[in-house]
Design a binder for this molecule. Sequence first.
Ligand SMILES: Cc1cc2nc3c(=O)[nH]c(=O)nc-3n(C[C@H](O)[C@H](O)[C@H](O)COP(=O)(O)OP(=O)(O)OC[C@H]3O[C@@H](n4cnc5c(N)ncnc54)[C@H](O)[C@@H]3O)c2cc1C
Length: 471
Amino acid sequence: MIHTLLSTDPDKLTQFSKDAVYAGAPQYAYAARDFQETAEVIAYCRAENIPVTFCGSQTSMTGASVADSGLALSLTAKNKIIDIGLGSDGAPYVVTEPGVVLADLKKAVLDAGYYYPPDPTSFNEAQVGATIATNATGEDTYKYGPTRRYVEELELILANGTKKTIARKKPVPQNIIKNTAGYFMDGEEIDEVIGSEGTLALISKIRLRLLKPDKKNIFVLLLPFSDFDRCIRAVLLLTAQPHKSRALELVGPGAAEIFKSCKSCPNELKNENCFLYIKDEYAEDNDFQKGVYGWFCLLNEVYRNVDDLACFDRIFLAKTDEQLKSIHDCRHHVPLKVNETCFEYIKDGGGKVGTDWWVPLQHLYKMMTDTHTEAQLLQLDFLVFAHIGNGHPHWNFLTQNKTDHQRAIDFVKKQGELAVRYGGGVAGEHGIGKIKKYLMAIQHRPAVLNKMRAIKKRWDPDFILGRGNIF
Ligand SMILES: Cc1cc2nc3c(=O)[nH]c(=O)nc-3n(C[C@H](O)[C@H](O)[C@H](O)COP(=O)(O)OP(=O)(O)OC[C@H]3O[C@@H](n4cnc5c(N)ncnc54)[C@H](O)[C@@H]3O)c2cc1C
């Protein structure tokens, strides 16, 4: 009976067969409608040894949501926000199904007077359940931390089809910011599931902690620099400030060209080739004036210090909804365009080779400038952008054939080794999925990898969930 629920319709299979960078070959598709039925489907697959891959909106950048075989299980129809309210301790929360698109959740929460900070650039597509399965971060992580910080309780469907609910007992340590290379080992049981890339259980219901926002409005400052070195030196000065903006992002070499090619790019930015992006928040118009004035005073000092004062006059301020949307669209355009271009190269053995290593800030300057020099010597198309305030940039290499692809992978491995040596990691937010497994042994000692295998075995003894991810 259950097997009749598994569709083999070629159109449906095609629909679930790729993410942003990887193509697979699911044999069956099933869209969750009711979680009792879904639990039976999972139990059936386990009994029949059919691998099950959970699919959100499939914006993963690692093949994590793509089934190489077996069942693609879509969560898209499980998209109801169940409750937004105040707990007995007066703290706001939201309870939701996993298939709600993050942007819709954020809006519903805001309409209710609260704020949910996680904001991957893909927030208009990504599903809430998947953002937990990937411990998504984004530009506002600079101030507000990653998704993990907000997850209070998860209802799960396990590999044997039974349900389990886990609540967080203690707050997440605030010093844990980014790391998505395998399972999180320093927390509670709930932390194993957060960031587990669909390999341990299906997340079927979620309770998230919300914030009460005192500053709802934002503005963005785009700061041009005459070269990469000055730009990174400015990052160090900005991250040393006591005031923390919401975001401190890089739009560096290669990325600036794509940013500018977005049709909504303001004309004022069309001549810039490397800039930083500061997002900050304010409550009322008075605060806005004060806030912007404070920034301009500080930035004048920063530009003076990095010997780039001529660029100070070209700072671009975005405040209106229209301006802010244009900037967001340009920013989002960068990874979208790269993924789209590189998908075309896959057939010739090329494709995108991306790395999102992270390092403690004291090592950022050396890591960035050395990587930049060496990347230029590779003579491959590359770009660098994203979460520089967290010491977590994205370097992408666009390779058009097998040889260049391998050269880029070798380079990325070397960078990963260096990042780990500096006390950082090989993957800050995009995870491991199917295409970055080679990074696991760089990040972790064999004993740690064995512990991770033991976690996997405890949750999913037959290795049917998210097969091919992480291990
Ligand atoms: C242009 C672009 C920009 C991006 N920007 C960011 C960014 O700024 N920050 C960031 O962190 N990521 C970013 N990403 C990566 C991706 O968007 C995030 O990882 C996002 O959380 C994935 O959401 P999704 O709904 O598309 O999930 P999918 O890609 O469908 O799935 C991601 C993983 O979650 C698992 N999964 C999905 N639903 C469930 C569930 N209910 N239970 C258990 N496992 C589940 C899947 O099996 C898979 O392993 C970006 C991607 C693109 C293409």
